[in-house]
Unconditional design. Structure first.
Length: 289
């Protein structure tokens, strides 16, 4: 290793400072930053199809969203497994991270909103029928959060690997299913229809499940970890609703009420999605408390 003691009189030029700090400069034999992060693959994956300069924003906005969604899925999977094993503290850590990522994705809309309708109209003809509707990771997140819908498997039928990923999320118990099973294991009266069921079916709201959550919320000190779980779920759905809202508002300001490239009515479809309630009893109990 080089002697880091500066020689008397060595001027503190930027080059000398780097040498004196002892920074590693030769990576012909060592793993570098770009090697570790596979940056050549990630930074080589932006291929605009139009001549418009704004397409780079559009591509990077989606690619970064997909990277964050990958982490959301990783953490959600971990949280679901932890709840199934009665390990609540690690589940809380993972759920808190998911909510912070969703908040980050909510703020990411500010960057995309710098793209005007005129700018987007130069890109849109190059998108064909591709659409976020076909995002496999997004669909896995919706399924992991319990918004099950068999029709959403179809856009992946042509790609066995992605289909397998989406199907696994479709067939597995959701985060909320596992939370309700936990209520049952803790001795709260939860109907069998909600602890063992065909997980591919959409969740059906239950008065008994609401009663179980009410028991928790009426005596938090007695059920502190379940109470915390309820509030983590609330944070998560709150953040997810904000994401949906920013999406539909950005879409309206950019394409108005045009049909989507994915074939839906566009804003009309996305507005219907604003009515989805992921954890219904968690919201209803607030009225009945
Ligand atoms: C100018 C930007 C955008 C426009 C105009 C737009 C437009 C639309 C439209 C019209 C739909 C409905 C499906 C269709 O018929 O195409 C849709 C769905 C979707 N978009 Fe976007 N979008 C934009 C940006 C984004 C971004 C940045 C993401 C982040 C990944 C995204 C993710 C999605 C997802 C996941 C869906 C499916 C939603 C669902 O099924 O509930 N979109 N988008
Ligand atoms: N559905 C959008 C197109 C779109 O936004 C899009 C196209 C390709 C890849 C990602 C997209 N983002 C979200 O839907 C539209 O109708 O203009």
């Amino acid at each position: 290793m080089a002697d880091r003691t500066p020689e008397a009189g060595t001027p503190a030029t930027p080059e000398n400072v780097v040498r004196q700090e002892g920074a590693q400069l030769d990576f012909s034999r060592d793993m570098s930053y770009a090697d570790y992060l596979h940056l050549d693959e990630i930074l080589g994956a932006q291929h605009p199809r139009s001549p418009d300069a704004n397409e780079m924003l559009f591509i990077i906005q989606h690619q970064t969203s997909e990277l964050w969604m990958k982490l959301v899925l990783h953490e959600l999977g971990g949280a679901i497994a932890a709840i199934a094993q009665d390990a609540l503290p690690p589940a809380f850590k993972m759920l808190a991270r998911v909510s912070r990522i969703l908040e980050q994705l909510v703020h990411a809309w500010d960057v995309l909103a710098t793209m005007t309708p005129s700018e987007y109209s130069a890109i849109r003809p190059y998108l064909g029928h591709s659409s976020g509707f076909q995002s496999a990771q997004y669909r896995c997140i919706e399924f992991a959060l319990g918004n099950k819908n068999a029709a959403m498997l179809q856009p992946h039928a042509h790609h066995p690997q992605r289909l397998a990923l989406v199907r696994r999320a479709y067939e597995s118990p959701s985060l909320y299913d596992e939370a309700i099973r936990l209520l049952g294991r803790r001795g709260l009266p939860v109907p069998a229809s909600h602890t063992a069921r065909d997980w591919t079916q959409p969740y059906v709201e239950s008065a008994e499940v609401e009663q179980a959550w009410l028991t928790v919320y009426r005596d938090p000190r007695q059920h502190w970890d379940l109470y915390q779980l309820g509030e983590e779920l609330t944070d998560l759905e709150d953040a997810f609703r904000l994401w949906r809202f920013r999406h539909v508002t950005t879409v309206e300001r950019v394409i108005g009420f045009k049909r989507g490239t994915g074939g839906t009515g566009g804003v009309s479809y996305l507005r219907k999605m604003l009515d989805v309630v992921l954890f219904p009893e968690i919201w209803r109990l607030r009225t009945d408390l």
